[in-house]
Design a protein around this ligand. Structure first.
Ligand code: AP5
Ligand code: MG
Ligand code: ZN
Length: 215
């Protein structure tokens, strides 16, 4: 199953991706996670990506497309994959289709999760995660049992740099300008499923499952 998970910052892509990953044995490829890992490791890619991420801008298409197309050639992606946060521009979507077509594959389903801006802003300002195992919490709705410490591994709880200050608003603007128009790309191909994300994550997951059961 070749899946694209779309939606604005804070819609719950990562949250639903965790649930999909637990039920379907396919790799979860989040370009945001790839960039954050590169930043944490201080690699050349990380240095390049950080300036864009910290200002809420997209990392340039050339960089992002190369990384994803390389990742999708690996063995573990041949039986399916879940893309989270990619594609985000029409150029990325076209490059993805071309890359997959070269090995006789295609995207089979695109799921878009949406929510009103006020909800997104509130979720992102409350989001924190474990520095070590990456488990995501929310200080308002789902706080760790002991403040500052991960329930799962005891690791330190941190906030993403791009969840602070003005960067959240910029990310939402960039989404509207550059990524939302991409929904038409998948709608026109008949691949798009649209879900209301302003509900309990269990209710969203029930709908995600209904969609994926068809494939
Ligand atoms: P990325 O890491 O992809 O971030 P994003 O798209 O901004 O989305 P988020 O990860 O912030 O939100 P999410 O939808 O995963 O929500 P989550 O499940 O965590 O990208 C970061 C940056 O990397 C970009 O700005 C860009 O610079 C760069 N980048 C990445 N991909 C790129 C690309 N393709 N091209 C160019 N640049 C790229 O949930 C959020 C919070 O809400 C959590 O606290 C969670 O617990 C809570 N929550 C989730 N669901 C619910 C629910 N149903 N009810 C209540 N709370 C909920
Ligand atoms: Mg995410
Ligand atoms: Zn942890």
């Amino acid at each position: 199953m070749n899946i694209v998970l779309m939606g604005p910052p804070g819609a719950g892509k990562g949250t639903q991706a965790e649930k999909i990953k637990a039920s379907y044995p396919i790799p979860h490829i989040s370009t945001g996670d790839i960039f954050r890992e590169a930043v944490a490791n201080g690699t050349e890619l990380g240095k390049q990506a950080k300036t864009y991420m910290d200002s809420g801008q997209l990392v340039p298409d050339e960089v992002t497309i190369g990384i994803v197309n390389e990742r999708l050639t690996r063995e573990d992606c041949q039986q399916g994959f879940l893309l989270d946060g990619f594609p985000r521009t029409t150029i990325q979507a076209e490059a993805l289709d071309q890359g997959l077509a070269a090995s006789g594959r295609k995207i089979e389903v695109a799921i878009n999760i949406s929510a009103p801006n006020e909800v997104l802003i509130e979720r992102l300002s409350g989001r924190v995660s474990c520095k070590d195992c990456k488990k995501v919490y929310n200080l308002q709705y789902k706080p760790p049992a002991q403040a500052g410490i991960c329930d799962v591994c005891g690791g330190q709880i941190i906030q993403r740099d791009d969840d602070r200050g003005d960067t959240v608003a910029r990310r939402l603007e960039v989404y509207l300008e550059q990524t939302q128009p991409l929904l038409d790309y998948y709608r026109q191909k008949g691949l798009l499923y649209e879900l209301e994300g302003n509900r309990d994550s269990i209710a969203v997951w029930a709908d995600v499952q209904k969609i994926l059961e068809k494939f």
